[in-house]
Design a protein around this ligand. Structure first.
Ligand SMILES: Nc1nc2c(ncn2[C@@H]2O[C@H](COP(=O)(O)OP(=O)(O)OP(=O)(O)O)[C@@H](O)[C@H]2O)c(=O)[nH]1
Ligand SMILES: *[C@@H]1O[C@H](CO)[C@@H](O)[C@H](O)[C@H]1NC(C)=O
Ligand SMILES: *[C@@H]1O[C@H](CO)[C@@H](O)[C@H](O)[C@H]1NC(C)=O
Ligand SMILES: *[C@@H]1O[C@H](CO)[C@@H](O)[C@H](O)[C@H]1NC(C)=O
Length: 463
């Protein structure tokens, strides 16, 4: 454990956070194991001096890691917080982060803005029973130092500590325009408008606004107003800079605004900075080695902890000797979508791809329910899956397990995903970063009766 004591400040904070959330129902041996695990793994991702984003004396870096309240005030820091429409899934939320990051880049041309990472939780798809999956910091899923090499970010609990408490000065609920937009007359605009939908915030006796706030009951907003916005994320910048003086501003329904420049250089910089947390990558790599004879060396997928130095040539990655398949089920089959195959159809395609690419193994990532999974195993007995034990699941949570599934699919010799699933899209991007030939990546299953089965678009990285 000596490594654990060499943790940086942030690491200690994360470890403390992990401990606080410890579930009393866990057996004591497990909680001890949990602490060691989290401490060692999180500590190993902390920057040691020559961190990814430069030295700790860099003001940019200092601004994003544990400023004291007075230091923050003296520096005129402004905080941008955001949240997303509750039904949206994990992978769409990752996309909204990219939009907010580009807004922060625009804001930073005119001031010292910091993005506050909205804690994960209460996601519709995270259905593992008896698990309290709220108030999860980003550090459990992503490498914070990697994010910080792109823009200054802090966890929500750090925001509370450095901004003087659980108060958000101004919440702006983003909405469209009540009148819609006139045909042929698309324009980008922002206006303070009356709220169209019923507000999800209530005024308490003291006149503060109470709301979901990621499960932090003590959080209060001083003011909540609605803003109609139409256009790319940075369309909000002049309003935030010139019309508002609030130190902390939260954009609710942040998915309302679009990407500044989808798949442009900035988009990709932010996407590349969204490096998965090291412990998840390590577990995925261990699984690859143990069950799929797949290592970075054999597969030509060298990884650099510092994403700014990661620039794999297109086609340089070979990938492990297995087919990776993402089968999105659940809500994707309930509507009988014609672009999603039956299990039988999927297995037929899997077998033909294995034959074509001379692969003997297939790794399946899927959200299928137990009944479907049994059916799939009958049809495809040789399939390999990542199946965490109950304790591992408690530790990694549904989000961590999903990331490990994505990581393993990202390293397959050939990948095939599900039509318009953001889960599959994020795998495409990961493979693009690793340098796979696009032919091995941008593939999807076709529905059994689908005539025109259009394949996904190749989005090339702009460095
Ligand atoms: N472990 C695991 N979980 C999955 C898989 N596919 C879907 N899920 C779960 O289901 C959720 C839904 O997928 P997301 O892509 O995040 O949700 P979304 O943004 O609504 O995107 P769509 O897939 O487009 O619906 C994921 O966040 C996971 O929790 C999978 O292959 N493995
Ligand atoms: C911001 O302030 C300017 C100048 O006072 C005003 O013209 C503009 O309408 C305001 N913007 C919004 C969105 O209210
Ligand atoms: C709330 O915010 C709006 C928009 O910035 C502002 O016009 C209004 O005066 C604020 N209300 C209070 C009580 O501060
Ligand atoms: C793993 O892959 C290597 C290199 O392709 C090969 O030489 C070796 O036999 C494989 N091992 C197993 C157990 O399949």
């Amino acid at each position: 454990m000596s490594d654990a004591f060499r943790c940086t400040r942030k690491c200690v904070a994360l470890k403390a956070m992990a401990e606080r959330r410890e579930d009393s129902a866990l057996s004591s041996w497990f909680s001890a194991a949990f602490r060691c695990f989290v401490a060692v793994l999180l500590c190993s991702v902390c920057p040691h001096g020559s961190g990814v984003s430069g030295s700790e004396s860099d003001p940019f870096w200092a601004g994003s890691s544990g400023l004291s309240e007075t230091a923050a005030a003296a520096r005129d820091v402004r905080y941008l917080l955001y949240d997303v429409n509750p039904p949206e899934g994990f992978n769409l939320r990752r996309d909204v982060y990219i939009r907010m990051a580009s807004l922060v880049k625009t804001l930073r041309q005119r001031g010292d803005w910091v993005l506050v990472l909205p804690p994960w939780g209460r996601l519709y798809h995270w259905q593992s029973p008896d698990m309290h999956q709220v108030q999860i910091p980003w550090g459990e899923f992503f490498s914070i130092s990697s994010l910080q090499a792109n823009i200054p970010v802090i966890e929500y609990e750090e925001f509370i500590a450095e901004s003087g408490g659980p108060f958000i000065n101004q919440v702006l609920v983003l909405q469209n325009y009540a009148e819609g937009w006139k045909e042929g007359a698309w324009e980008e605009k922002v206006d303070e408008r009356p709220c169209i939908e019923r507000l999800l915030y209530d005024k308490d006796k003291q006149g503060y606004y109470r709301g979901w706030f990621w499960g932090y009951e003590e959080t209060r907003a001083l003011n909540v107003t609605c803003v109609s916005a139409q256009g790319h994320a940075s369309v909000l910048a002049p309003y935030l800079l010139e019309n508002l003086t609030a130190t902390s501003v939260m954009l609710d329904r942040a998915e309302t605004v679009l990407h500044d420049h989808y798949a442009g250089k900035d988009y990709w910089n932010t996407r590349r900075s969204m490096v998965f947390a090291k412990h998840l990558r390590v577990l995925g790599d261990q699984f690859r080695a143990q069950y799929l004879n797949s290592t970075d060396k054999l597969d030509h997928t060298p990884y650099n902890e510092d994403w700014t130095r990661m620039k794999a040539k297109l086609g340089s990655a070979k990938g492990g000797p297995y087919l990776g398949a993402h089968l999105r089920r659940k809500d994707f089959i309930w509507g009988h979508r014609e672009d999603v195959p039956s299990l039988k159809g999927a297995v037929k395609k899997i077998r033909s791809l294995m034959k074509k690419h001379k692969l003997e193994k297939v790794f399946i990532a899927s959200d299928a329910d137990e009944e479907e999974m049994l059916k799939l195993k009958k049809l495809l007995p040789e399939m390999v899956r990542y199946e965490p034990s109950r304790d591992e699941l408690k530790l990694l949570k549904d989000g961590g397990v999903a990331i490990i599934d994505q990581w393993i699919c990202a390293h397959a010799r050939y990948f095939i995903g599900t039509s318009v699933s953001t889960f599959s899209f994020r795998i495409h991007e990961e493979r693009e970063i690793l340098g796979f030939d696009p032919k091995t990546t941008y593939n999807r299953f076709c529905g059994d009766e689908e005539n025109k089965c259009e394949q996904p678009t190749h989005w090339k990285i702009i460095y």
